[in-house]
Design a binder for this molecule. Structure first.
Ligand code: UD1
Ligand code: MG
Length: 462
């Protein structure tokens, strides 16, 4: 076995004209993350000796989007083809000449490391290894040309292919591996003698064949994991195919999914047993659910942890929140980062909770804002209660003890502290701390006048 190490080049210089976008193609997201980030994650998991990304169109934008210390960025001033792009990067590689170079594309969003490992294995003792796949509709892709002995001898681009060649369904994914040594001899010999007048990387296959070099191919079993994106329709279809697979995986692990076509997972979701996800639910970031969690229709959940038996009612928006066992929220609830709801607490409709802890069994059922608050257990916060946490410059804390009852439409002006078993009369504006067990009423007294004459409407003539 040799001690050769692996260098990876990711091609991402093209504008992606067919995307019809000012944004570089590789920055368009699939399932919540840009295509390039996805490819770089897989590339990094191969633990390469060096990782080079060839950029051109929108180079600065791409660098800012992917701040990765291990990536060396290579600028390809003019996009003269995939062969030229690889040549730009190869001059950058400081290495032993028998090291191997793996070429990837930044526009293959569902690339997985397993298929790359298989390619590397298949090509372990070959001079060149090419990753292919089979497509029912191969149009637009380079076709794999083989001789009578089924040895690969060339890749023909669609535009340069004959009618017979166009019938070939085995296509070039674009990804290949070769020794650095061999690349350094082949790349300078590329000629732009083709329909696009570009330096095609794919032409090295014919060179290798003519030199009698060994060429290995690995046929990727799952075309979705190696497919490139050229336009937004392809991206949309790939998104749907991927979402369907994620829904299937969740269902197979014991989650009821009401409609697999109406769930979107843009991150990672882990469900316990017997969870149920209704239609139009979007998951982002890291979502963890215990057992028997129910998510009603039209909810967005980003980076949340839900305990056993949680129910999220329809049209709720949860971000950065932690919900204990048996908690209920919504419909129309908004939980913002730092919302911590202890077991069996309840957040009702049109209630916003931010950076606050709601104690066990406490209820905030209607039309309230609770921010920067620590609330004890078994409180009842009346409709329309607002913690006034912001004085225009700084945020202040509200502390509420256990078994506190706050009457409707009250304002708690922070910083303020309500002790245990405090009662606040409806419509109060509380600006001072209230000791435990006290009633606080802070509103103007009711005035009544007998014999009150209602104003009467003037007649037109008057
Ligand atoms: C390429 C392959 C084709 C393969 C297909 C798979 C060639 C000549 N053809 O065609 O055989 O079936 O991919 O998707 O290689 N890029 C640069 N600099 C350049 C040109 C391209 O960095 O000068 C990058 C692009 O940003 C893209 C990748 O290389 O990430 C592929 O380029 P693209 O123009 O999409 O090639 P295809 O025509 O799709
Ligand atoms: Mg392409």
């Amino acid at each position: 076995m040799s001690t050769q190490s692996l260098h990876i080049i990711v091609l991402a210089a093209g504008k992606g004209t067919r995307m019809r976008s000012t944004k570089p193609k590789v920055l368009h997201p699939l399932a919540g993350r840009s295509m390039l980030e996805r490819v770089l994650d897989e590339a990094e998991s191969l633990d390469p000796a060096s990782l080079h990304v060839v950029i051109g169109y929108g180079a600065e934008h791409i660098r800012q989007h992917c701040p990765r210390p291990d990536v060396s960025w290579v600028e390809q001033g003019e996009q003269r083809g995939t062969g030229h792009a690889v040549a730009c990067a190869v001059t950058n590689i400081q290495a032993q000449t028998d090291d191997r170079v793996l070429v990837l594309y930044g526009d293959v969003p569902l690339l997985d490391v397993d298929v790359l490992s298989s390619l590397l294995d298949s090509a372990r003792s070959a001079d060149l290894g090419v990753l292919t796949t089979r497509l029912d509709d191969p149009s637009g892709y380079g076709r794999i040309i083989r001789d009578r002995e089924q040895r690969m001898i060339a890749i023909r681009e669609e535009r340069d292919a004959s009618a017979d060649e166009k019938n070939i369904t085995e296509i070039n994914t674009g990804m290949l591996v070769a020794s650095l040594d061999a690349l350094r001899t082949w790349l300078p010999k590329l000629q732009p003698h083709n329909a696009q007048g570009e330096l095609y990387l794919t032409d090295i296959v014919q060179m290798a064949a003519e030199e009698g070099k060994s060429i290995a191919t690995h046929l990727a079993p799952d075309p979705l994991r190696v497919a490139g994106v050229n336009d937004r329709w392809a991206l949309a279809q790939m998104e749907r195919a991927w979402q369907l697979r994620q829904a299937q995986a969740l269902a197979m692990s014991g989650t009821t999914i009401v409609d697999p076509a109406r769930i979107d997972i843009r991150g990672d979701v882990i469900c316990g047993m017997d969870c149920q996800i209704d239609i139009n639910v979007v998951f982002e970031g890291q979502v963890r659910m215990g057992d028997n969690v129910v998510i009603e229709p039209n909810c967005i959940l980003r980076d949340v942890t839900l305990g056993n038996g949680v129910r999220v009612r329809a049209f709720s928006h949860l971000e950065g929140a932690t919900l204990g066992e048996g908690v209920e929220v919504g419909p129309y609830a908004r939980l913002r980062p730092g919302a911590e709801l202890a077991e069996h607490s309840k957040i009702g409709n049109f209630v916003e909770v931010k950076a606050s802890r709601i104690g066990a069994g406490s209820k905030v059922n209607h039309l309230s804002y609770i921010g920067d608050t620590v609330m004890g257990a078994d409180c009842n916060i009346g409709a329309g209660t607002i913690t006034c946490n912001y004085d225009g410059t700084n945020k202040h804390q509200t502390v509420i003890g256990n078994q506190v009852f706050v009457g409707s439409s009250s304002q708690l002006v922070a910083p303020v502290h309500l002790g245990d078993e405090v009662t606040v009369g409806a419509g109060s504006t509380i600006t001072q701390d209230v000791p435990s067990g006290h009633l606080a009423v802070a509103r103007s007294r009711q005035v009544m006048k007998s014999g009150w004459q209602r104003p009467r409407k003037k007649s037109k003539a008057e």
